[in-house]
Design a binder for this molecule. Structure first.
Ligand code: ADP
Ligand code: MG
Length: 700
């Protein structure tokens, strides 16, 4: 019997438990969906509310076909007046859709018989997609299509359609329905949310901010929502930033108790290391080495990030740190994300270390049998320095006395893995020092917060004598001319990369594309040796090819984006990147960094498929104008915003769902005060809500 006199008490008691329900309690969420949701960090009903849209689609209106514009996403309706299957280089399905005002082509490169039936002549369709101006007029490539009967028109939604970040095996529609249902329950007050910041800074309530963000009315200021200056977004950003502030403070309290071994260059090995090198360190290298030496000499674990553009000379800096640890009688490990990179480190470092009388050990997945036993034994006893891949993280690996861990190009690792290696050196409250090296140039403003909890050093100077890579953009229609220029360069004894990046979301197709291209290039350039490397090859095969290329036995290396990170072949001075319009700025920059490491004037050709959209044109323009990684990162930030720049690949960094470090500078200033006004319980609620089990704040 409900208590009519005290409705508040009843409704307050019920929703409390409701918001904590696991997602499996919801309609249509079985084990499979639940496991996909978990991959997105969604385990409770409440988490769905904080899974925020990436962007919105305006499906509230229909655009007449004569009002379609290039590069603009539209929703159109009409009748199929023609269908054909065309056999060209690839089989494709084409349908012509017509309304009273005009026509448009629907183009499908992959299609099922069911789609072919759906797009039959006479069918009425509603389609949604980005319009492109092609050789046969406007077209939609792979639009989403929904059939309908002319006497039963489809409804138009009143609010904008949110598009959520999702994961493989979880459809956008499922996610939209689950979040939508949860938001509806919040609207009907069947769910209640604790709102410790209610009234702070005068924003809307938490519930109303969430309702707006998940389903803005078409009349809502969409620009403000996307740009983030909408009060609803600001309200959520404030909470998120406060939660991060609190979590970081908690982490720092825990860290205050940690200890690390004091590492100093007792045997004066670092000067001996530097004396071996055929060059003088740059001022920036000297400065960063000094910063690291200072950290290592403390009894608090170092947690430092070294940012240095490709080719800035991070390896030497790492070597100095490794040698310092060994000089103190401790062990040090350096880990790279791929075998190619790890092996390159081994080859570079081993001669330097040997000359100092230090014992280095190589460990990667392919080290098996007796060699592996010997490596494991050495790590437990005599070895000074370990060089390898994530194989060093594995359980069977034990160190005698690990004092320093260096992770190179860490954006390829999850923080989990970095911590797993640190844990190997842990003894009670004692931890190894940790150094992370990245070639991803992150604008300084962003790095401070993105890598919260890490100290940052920047190698902001390239070794002398580097000439910036000359970069041009060329339409792929000029490929023959490009090949002729390439022939000329190869004829002068230069080496070149030809990169075929992912066009389809498939490694198999990417590999096929590279294979086709390498055959074709081998045919038109018969006087040169053409090699091929792609992600589907076994590590040993890749290594063999890279070794041949390094040794000059291959003139032209056709590659997928596997060469993106860290490969160093100084004689390679020409790079051609196909489909450059599809790549982001940072990826283009990383790729281009593979050339221009030797004394030759290097060049890079960005081949693109016309017509170029405005964003792609801007990106290629930036690449032509500058080779400065930080400047490129700033531009990337301007063009795409930090969410994208930090991306999902850089798992080591803090990611924000709503907050934008550049945009919300003003909020950031107020966060400390806001956080100070909360009691411990409210603080815990916010941390749970926004960060939950997020690995960023897990500490060993
Ligand atoms: P990255 O920062 O991309 O890892 P590397 O450490 O591989 O760069 O260095 C790139 C190249 O520059 C290597 O061939 C290295 O020997 C060389 N190098 C590093 N520091 C200097 C320096 N101070 N002067 C001249 N060459 C250097
Ligand atoms: Mg490197």
């Amino acid at each position: 019997m409900p208590c009519w006199s005290c409705p508040r008490a009843v409704s307050a008691a019920e929703p409390e438990t409701a918001s904590g329900r696991p997602v499996t309690a919801l309609d249509g969420v079985g084990e499979r969906v639940a496991s996909r949701l978990k991959a997105l960090g969604i385990e409770r009903e409440l988490d769905l509310l904080f899974h925020l849209p990436l962007r919105y689609e305006d499906r509230t209106r229909i655009t007449p076909l004569n009002r379609v514009r290039n590069g603009v996403t539209v929703q159109v309706e009409g009748q199929v007046v023609h269908q054909e299957i065309r056999f060209g280089r690839r089989r494709m399905l084409l349908a012509t859709l017509a309304d009273d005002s005009g026509q448009i082509i629907l183009r499908f490169f992959r299609f099922y018989p069911s789609q072919q039936r759906l797009l039959k002549e006479g069918q009425y369709l509603r389609c949604f997609g980005e319009a492109r101006f092609g050789p046969e007029g406007f077209e939609l490539i792979h639009p989403q299509c929904q059939a309908f009967q002319p006497d039963r028109p489809l409804e138009l939604p009143e609010s904008l359609t949110p598009v959520y970040p999702t994961t493989q095996g979880l459809g956008q529609a499922t996610l939209q329905r689950l979040v939508g249902d949860t938001v509806a329950r919040l609207e009907r007050a069947e769910l209640s949310l604790e709102d410790p910041l209610a009234g702070t800074l005068g924003g809307p309530s938490l519930a109303s901010a969430l309702i707006t963000v998940h389903g803005p009315a078409a009349s809502d200021d969409l620009n403000a929502l996307i740009e983030g200056d909408h009060p609803a977004v600001q309200r959520l950003a404030l909470e998120e930033l406060t939660a991060h502030h609190l979590a970081l403070a908690r982490l720092n309290r825990a860290r205050a108790r940690q200890r690390a071994p004091k590492l100093v260059d007792e045997r004066r090995l670092v000067p001996a290391l530097l004396a071996q090198l055929p060059f003088e360190p740059t001022g920036a290298q000297d400065r960063v080495m000094a910063e690291i030496a200072q950290d290592l000499a403390r009894t608090r674990p170092m947690r430092r990030l070294v940012q240095g553009d490709v080719g800035s000379g991070k390896t030497v800096v790492a070597a100095a740190a490794l040698v310092t640890a060994a000089s103190s009688g401790r062990q040090a490990a350096i880990v790279a994300p791929t075998e190619i990179l790890a092996e390159q480190h081994y080859q570079n470092l081993k001669p330097w270390l040997d000359a100092l009388g230090l014992e280095s050990v190589w460990l990667a997945g392919k080290v098996k049998g007796k060699a592996r036993q010997a490596a494991l034994e050495a790590l437990k006893t005599s070895a000074d320095i370990a060089i390898g891949t994530h194989a060093l993280f594995q359980d069977a690996v034990a160190f005698r006395d690990l004092g320093l861990v260096i992770v190179d190009e860490q954006h390829r690792f999850g923080v989990h893995q970095r911590l797993a290696l640190a844990a190997k050196g842990q003894r009670g409250q004692r931890l190894p020092h940790q150094l992370v090296m990245t070639a991803t140039p992150i604008p300084r403003t962003l790095a401070m917060t993105a890598y919260a909890g890490l100290d940052i050093s920047v190698i902001d100077e390239l070794p002398p004598g580097r000439k910036p890579v000359t970069t041009v953009a060329a339409s792929q229609q000029r490929r023959e001319q490009v090949v002729e220029r390439l022939r000329h360069a190869l004829g002068q004894g230069r080496q070149a990369y030809w990169v075929c990046p992912l066009i389809e979301e498939s490694e198999v197709l990417e590999a096929e594309a590279a294979e086709t291209r390498s055959k074709e290039l081998a045919r038109v350039l018969p006087e040169f040796r053409v090699g091929l490397i792609h992600g589907r090859m076994k590590p040993v095969e890749k290594q063999a090819i890279m070794a041949e290329f390094s040794a000059g036995e291959i003139d032209l290396l056709v590659a997928t984006t596997v060469i993106e990170v860290g490969v160093d072949v100084p004689n390679a001075s020409v790079m051609i990147i196909e489909n450059a319009e599809r790549l982001g700025l940072s990826q283009l920059h990383q790729l281009r960094g593979r050339v221009g490491r030797g004394s030759d004037q290097a060049s890079c050709v960005l081949l693109y498929k016309p017509p170029l959209g405005p964003m792609a044109e801007a990106r290629l323009g930036v690449m032509r104008e500058t080779t400065d990684g930080f400047l490129i990162a700033e531009k990337d930030l301007e063009l795409r915003g930090p969410g994208e720049v930090l991306g999902t690949r850089q798992t080591g960094m803090l990611r924000f769902r709503v907050a934008d470090l550049a945009r919300d500078a003003e909020l950031i200033e107020q966060v400390a005060d806001v956080a100070a006004g909360l009691d411990a319980e409210a603080g815990e609620t916010l941390i749970q809500r926004w960060i939950g089990a997020a690995e960023q704040f897990v500490d060993v």
